[in-house]
Design a protein around this ligand. Structure first.
Ligand SMILES: C[S@@+](CC[C@H](N)C(=O)[O-])C[C@H]1O[C@@H](n2cnc3c(N)ncnc32)[C@H](O)[C@@H]1O
Length: 267
């Protein structure tokens, strides 16, 4: 089989398995990730890899892991969280009795839990007991979501967590830091592909960081449009630090902080 055809077939198999349309991801990126997976298996052609994939059920998950880079951290880009904590959330919390947050492309849950930790801290500072908020973390990767729901963490993902936060918000079992129940119960994790629209006019804040960077420009446009629709009026949208707001949305999202990629929905 010709290599281009085999590559198309690999994408087709992933679509059939996960309903994930890889044609919407940047091709260079896809090929780089796929080549890396093939190298680790010492496979040198797409045709050979396709055969391998079709005979080994568990390889689908391995490939999805490779394609949907799931690297994340608690308080990734700490300055962004500081800015949100200082200048965004307190006002939102004063003006709304309840806040709904979406961590889109949440990977193993660190971003969603970091938001919950921050919300608890602000409630305490503002003297609001039991402030009503909830956070939904969504991802396409079931394995990542399983880990997120479990809430056990070790290693580099904890690098930006202060000792105070480790002590206050986690239990330690000698190996893992385990997220405490009061934080855990604020976060719900769901499987969801951001290529589809989600709850209209529902969220006060959407975090989508380091996810759409791998998408084609066309898909980025579509997905940012869905985020716009999912936000309430004056809702906040936060992108990854290396991502840029597309021209089409410059009058729909006003920039509040360009360095931290924080935007507000304007209608
Ligand atoms: C690099 S992680 C980013 C995690 C977190 N937002 C952060 O910035 O630390 C990218 C995540 O996006 C998820 N992802 C990629 N494509 C997706 C899609 N179409 N729908 C939902 N999640 C997707 C991946 O599975 C992965 O967990």
């Amino acid at each position: 089989m010709d290599e281009n055809k085999a590559f198309e077939k690999i994408k087709e198999s992933i679509y059939n398995k996960f309903s994930l349309d890889l044609n919407q991801y940047k091709e260079n990126y896809l090929k780089r990730r796929l080549d890396a997976r093939m190298r680790s298996l010492q496979i040198i052609s797409y045709e050979e890899y396709l055969k391998y994939l079709l005979t080994k059920e568990e390889e689908y998950d391995n490939l999805l892991d490779k394609l949907t880079i799931n690297v994340t951290q608690f308080f990734r880009d700490p300055d962004t969280f500081e800015e949100i904590k200082k200048n965004i959330l307190p006002n939102l919390m004063r003006n709304n009795n309840t806040i709904k947050v979406w961590s889109a492309g949440c990977s193993t849950g660190e971003e969603a839990y970091s938001i919950a930790i921050m919300m608890e801290e602000i409630s305490e500072t503002l003297g609001i007991l039991n402030y009503n908020y909830n956070i939904v973390g969504t991802d396409i990767n079931e394995k990542s979501l399983y880990k997120a729901r479990l809430g056990y963490y070790e290693g580099r993902t904890l690098d930006n967590l202060s000792d105070i936060r480790k002590k206050k918000d986690f239990n330690f079992d000698g190996k893992n830091y385990i997220i405490k129940e009061n934080i855990k119960k604020k976060v719900e994790f769901l499987k969801y592909n951001i290529m589809e629209p989600f709850k209209r006019g529902y969220f006060n804040i959407i975090f989508c960081r380091n996810v759409i960077i791998y998408f084609t420009r066309e898909l980025q446009n579509k997905v940012i449009g869905y985020f716009y629709d999912s936000l309430k009026e004056n809702g906040i949208f936060i992108m990854g630090k290396t991502e840029t707001m597309l021209m089409n949305f410059r009058d729909k999202f006003e920039c509040l902080n360009i360095k931290e990629r924080i935007f507000i929905k304007r209608v």
